[in-house]
Design a protein around this ligand. Structure first.
Ligand code: 13P
Length: 241
């Protein structure tokens, strides 16, 4: 899977231009191609991707289906717009908007209830890595975010080391692989060998056309969650290929 997280970028018009241009390329059928535009562009994007193999995801949601939550967007609303996926627990949500594992856990359960596939993001900060806390942080984020969830077959994981996001400094392929392997082992122990084998673990953090090939060669890296480089159609197409 190659997923583009547009973050707070692109107007409706820019979204239209991006998708129109991307659809002119011959997109491979053997890959899941996903774009996650901002909420305001989802409706337009949903119409434009019809008939292509581009799939649609959102970047966040509330855990309730409806109610008095000013400014929030519900999973039901995303579903209606044709979203199949929703990014949850992104480090920007965790750090800028103070989301914690228990809130993310509620959101994952709500997404699964409505048959939206959560892309759960986990990852350590530079300070935590320097203090040798990477494994502990990733494990606790993972297990706490998945608390009481028995079936993870519709969940996708994304390991995104915070120090690699938007910095231009990606994790070295072997550095990322070490954590991906650890995550898969943890899934095997907590769930089952089948769950560990089936789950997709994406890598995110300064993925570019120049470094994606080396990252994707690693055994436990099953795709990429891309920010900056996913905003440009030509770069995104290169990443997909
Ligand atoms: P960049 O690719 O811009 O580093 O962002 C990664 C990311 O946060 C994807 O969710």
């Amino acid at each position: 899977m190659i997923a583009g997280n547009w973050k707070m970028n692109k107007t409706v018009k820019e979204t239209k231009d991006f998708i129109t241009k991307l659809k002119k390329h011959a997109l491979p059928k053997n890959k899941d191609i996903l774009i996650c535009p901002p909420f305001t562009a989802l409706s337009k994007a949903s119409g434009l991707i019809k008939g292509s193999n581009i799939q649609l995801g959102a970047q966040n949601m509330h855990y309730e289906v409806a109610g008095a939550f000013t400014g929030e967007i519900s999973p039901l609303m995303l579903k209606e717009l044709g979203c199949k996926y929703v990014i949850l627990g992104h480090s920007e949500r965790r750090h800028i908007f103070n989301e914690d594992d228990s809130l993310i856990n509620r959101k994952i359960k709500a997404a699964l209830n409505l048959k939206l596939k959560p892309i759960l993001c986990i990852g350590e900060t530079l300070d935590q890595r320097k203090k040798n806390k990477t494994e502990g942080i990733v494990k606790s984020q993972l297990l706490n975010s998945l608390k009481d969830i028995k079936d993870i077959s519709n969940i996708i994981l994304a390991y995104e080391p915070v120090w690699a996001i938007g910095t231009g400094i990606n994790a070295a392929p072997e550095q990322a692989e070490e954590i991906h392997k650890m995550i898969r082992t943890l899934i095997k122990k907590t769930y089952s060998p089948k769950a560990a084998n089936d789950i997709r673990i994406l890598y995110g953090g300064s993925v570019k056309p120049e470094n994606i090939k080396e990252l994707m060669k690693e055994q436990d890296i099953d795709g990429a969650l891309v920010g900056g480089a996913s905003l440009d159609t030509d770069k995104f197409f290169k990443l997909i290929n």
